[in-house]
Design a protein around this ligand. Sequence first.
Ligand SMILES: *Cc1c(COP(=O)(O)O)cnc(C)c1O
Length: 376
Amino acid sequence: MDKIKMVDLQTQYLRIKPEIDEAIQQVLTSTAFIQGPEVNTFAQALSEYIGGAQVIPCANGTDALQIAMMALDFKPGDEVILPVHTYVATAEVIALLGFTPVFTEVRQDTFNIDPDQIESKITSRTKAIVPVHLYGQCADMEPILKIAARHNLYVIEDAAQSLGAKYTFTDGTKKASGTMATIGTTSFFPSKNLGCYGDGGALFTNDKALAEKIRMIANHGQRVKYHHDIIGINSRLDTLQAAILRVKLNHLDRYERSRNEVASFYDKALAGISAVETPYRAANSTHVFHQYTIKVKEGKRDGLKVHLEQNGIPTMIYYPVPLHLQKAYKRPGFEEGSFPVTEELSRTVLSLPIHTEMKQEELIYITDTIKAFFHG
Ligand SMILES: *Cc1c(COP(=O)(O)O)cnc(C)c1O
């Protein structure tokens, strides 16, 4: 058996090498490295994939969040509500632009922002809610959108981990993650579900005027070259990355199926271990399993991690230190105990290897090694 990896991008590449190499070669030959035609072609194809929302590519998922915040005209000191159990980028761009990140507790079952905790965080300065669809499953958007409508707030979905996931509203309507709110953002970081071979990201919106403004912000605030109507940044998706993504988008459904097969295997194999809680499946969302994250109870998480490591199995902890306890984001009143659910998650979550190329023998070995840890 080869070395087990968290993500196997090499085997994934080798399987589609001829298509990828040809796409790259075409860009090299054309030398249209910036804003080449592949960028638009990919944006169009992705737009279709997510149900028709406008897609504006940019340089990475963090920029996508920053551009979203810039497009909505917040003022310094305005407050933005976000889950405290998330990747730092979500909070980072809010703070960077002079707004205040308002951390909110998550649900212990879905790991996503708890809609019941949002309203108590709203003040006269609140401008937006940023749900994050963590690990690949949608946050509970229907109540979040209702709260936002009631208080006249924007909603920005961080769909960096959930591209392709679908949420079902109570009336039966299904929508793709990232397309349910004012703006959605995503990332094409290599290990994300649709990953390129470097950095990449995109914004989604159903609002044509907003899409135009986002396009301008991502390109130095200009519509016409050298005519800067608003303050923007330089955040573009490279033509090479767009060409790669265009090829990989055709395989995304297969990738999602593979990830779900791995998840189902883990679910069954780990079901009998009392100290292990396998991922909860929300009835109103599909799961694209960017991560397969278990909870390990009884204080056994770190021991299991070491045991797996000793047996050649990598695992990751997303995220080991909650944002409210990070030096950069600590504020008076934030302490151990401020967000008990998130703090408990930081002590119990463990993400197991999951990717598009996992083999049955690897899954058997991993789950047998986990069982041996608990049952000897
Ligand atoms: C990866 C990620 C980002 C940032 O994306 P980059 O492309 O790495 O900048 C933002 N939010 C979440 C939840 C992520 O997982």
